[in-house]
Each structure stands twice: as C-alpha cells, then as structure tokens.
Design a protein around this ligand. Sequence first.
Ligand code: GLN
Length: 479
Amino acid sequence: MDLKKMTIHALSEKLKAGEFSSVELCREYLKNIDARDGEVGAFLEIDRENMLCAAQAADERRQAGNAIGDFDGIPIAIKDNICVKGERCSCASKLLEPVKSPYDATAVELLKKQGFIPFGRLNMDEFAMGSSCENSAFKQTRNPLDTSRVPGGSSGGSAACVAADFAPAALGSDTGGSIRQPAAFCGVVGVKPTYGRVSRYGLVAFASSLDQIGPLCNDAEDAGIILDAISGFDPHDSTTLPDAAGGYADAARKGWQSGSLAGLKFGLPKEYFTGGLDAGVAKVMDETIAKVKALGGEIVDVSLPHTKYAVAVYYIIATAEASANLARFDGIRYGSRQDANGLVDTYYKSRGAGFGDEVKRRILLGTYVLSSGYYDAYYLRAQRVRTLIRKDFEEAFKQCDLLLTPVTPQVAFKFNEKSDPLQMYMSDIFTIALNLSGHCGISIPAGIDEATGMPVAAQIMAPASGEKIMLQTAAAFMK
Ligand code: GLN
C-alpha cells in the first residue's frame, strides 16, 4: 500500500471500494511509524491496541452497511496538548507527565463522531511554547525532509507525522503560528481557523485569547474535511462562534475543479516583503505572485502599519495569559508533585522541577507585565496596540479579498541554530499578527529553496469566517 502524501478523501474512496480495511490501513501506518519514527521522533506514545480496536469496530460497521459517514476508520494523529479520553496528555512537560485525560476535547469528540480514529500523542514544544520542538521535555523531533533540521513548532510532531506519512493528517494548535510554521517547514498544509471557529474545550490553554486547534494535512480538501468535522458552536467554550460552520470541503473541491483565481484580489502587505526575507524564500514568493496573476488573480499593494509591533505585543499578551493559565499546575491538583515542607514550598518545588526553562521564562515575563505598577505600561498598552493591529487587517480586507504573504522568513533551520530566545521569537514574525487579529490563515507549499532543497510555503489570510474562500483559493493554487 503506497501511503505517500495520501489524502483523507482518497482513503475514503478506497475504503468504500473495499481496496483495504481500516485495520489494514492502520497497520500500514504503524509499519511506516515503526520503520522511521525512531529517526523522526514525531510521537511521544501510541496506543496501538486502542487504535486497532477502533479500526476493527469501523470495519465491522462498514461490513454491516452501517459506516458512519465517509470517513469511518481513517486515523488522525493528535498533538499532545489536546485531550483524548483515557490517554495521557503531557503537553511535552515533565510537570504533566503522569496526567491522563478524563474526557475528550470537543474537536476529538467530533472527529470520533465522524468515524475518524484519533490516535497517538504527538511531540511539541513544552506547553506549545516554541518554534522548533526543541523545547519538548522528552525528545527531539526531526524534520523528515532533512533530519539535521528542525520540524518547526510548536506542532512539530504534527507536521513531521504528516510529512513522514505516519498518518494522513494531524491536529495541532496555533497560538502564534504553531500550525502554519511547522507545516511550512515540513512541506504540508496547515490551517489556523478564525478565532472561535473550533472549540478550545479540551485543549490545554496556553494563551486563551489566541489559541486555536486546526488541521495539518496533505491538501486543501482534507483541511476542509477536518474543519467540517471539528468546527462549530460548543456550549463548553463561550468563545466559539454562533454562526453556521461547514461547507469547507465543498469549497476546496470547487477551487480544485475550477483551478482559477479570476475575480479575486490579493493584497500584498508591504511590511511582509522586506529585506528580512531569505533570498530563497523571496524567490519563491515572487514566483507565487506570478502564478497568482497567471491564474487570473489581481494583485494589490496594502499596508498593515502596526505589524511591526506584533511580536512585542504577542510576547506581552501571550505570556500574561500563560502565567495565569499555568498557575493551576501546582503539583497538588495536576501533575507530578515534589514533596516539601508545607504547601507553598511544595508548589515551588513542583513547579521548579516540572517546568522547563522556556516555560519559566514565559511565566516570569507574564507575571511581570501583569504586576501592579507595570500593568498599565505593558499589558494595557499591548491590548490597545492589539486593537490597532486588528483594525489594520480590517482596513486591508476592504481593499482585497485575501492577503498573500510568506509564512516564515527562512526555511527550516538546523538544531541549536537559534540559541537566543529573541532570535527564535522572530521566526514567527509573519504568523503572529493573525492570531492577534483573530482572522484565519493557511500555509501551503509553494516551492523549494534552491540552496537547501527545503520547502517554502505561502500564507493566504482571509477575513473572519473566510475559511471557504481561503480553502477554495488554496485548492486552486495547489492544483
Ligand atoms: N512560537 C510561538 C511561541 O513560542 C507560537 C507558539 C504557538 O503558536 N503555540 O509562543
């Protein structure tokens, strides 16, 4: 069975035609994992028995003519900060190493309702803080396209898993670029949905006003299929959008069939095309713009003037929210405990031993910007600039249908190349503003960097709830 770059929609047809069973399919993916995950390191753990049991049940339903929809029996791998009932959920942190999920995240529950088989615990940067997976407390994940390079982060395990054909798709989470950046580094498709499109219930919170769950997969139609499954209002998450979700896979199919971008206006934000771009990335972006024009798309220049503050604003707001969200991990209620004399010392010791350096850095920063005396100067001010950033996007979307930008300033870098945290933070410079504004974006493979042979991606950003036009465009472009 050749599972190279296999899509969910193709698998659905093959399962329907009886070319193979779900058990055979899962065994084949497990075979790929056994052959190569020792080197790649995408997974922290795989519950094979559960996966194969679910596949067996799907096969029985199919044989009895009771398959649940089109995707019954198709495996999807899950990032280790998303709860799957009965499985561990560590966020790649020592502090949460022993924790088991008591319930399914809404996104996981919805996947199961469609017959998908959520499986595996994919490696990530601890608590989703990082851009290379180097902050995992447990292991290094390598880029399957060049194992001397990072897969990106924080959903590096998710991107590596899809790129290595360990699963047709994976769920990741994106707070400042953590789906789009690793997707770009590994040459797969990744979507950050509009804020509120997908429920965050059961996603371990990093920065609640920025976090979104989304798919990493092999094409735009698959992104649509997964979004169709996991989107929608959820009474467990009051920030989910009440408007009707869905129709995403159909939109992608339409784009694929037409293969045309006629009638669409693409804005190029001038702040994203500066000297900071590596030559190989700039070249692919030039080619991408030419392709968009050749497909009938119109290109206009736009400006997002406050973008230059995005990284600074993000590292104030995200750390502030993280310091509050991570306060609950005290070794008493959750996670591993280091006993000491008295309650407060137990907190200190447990957190001191359980959190890694980057997580501690974020908690310190967040506590600082929220402290009385600094709150107004940092946190409040950052919130105000966040509003300006969002307004920039809204103004830009009056002049164009979509924005076209690079995803990253450079291709996947080597291990230990960015030892200075600030340098690492800058690798999200093109993705972070979109989390602050709440709009949606997709990372799609756009070309190859000649110097390294590594993939270069383009980002298409759409207005709030613009997932359909975004996926339609991505599909037409990828055709
Ligand atoms: N790299 C960014 C950070 O470290 C974004 C992470 C994310 O999107 N989860 O905060």
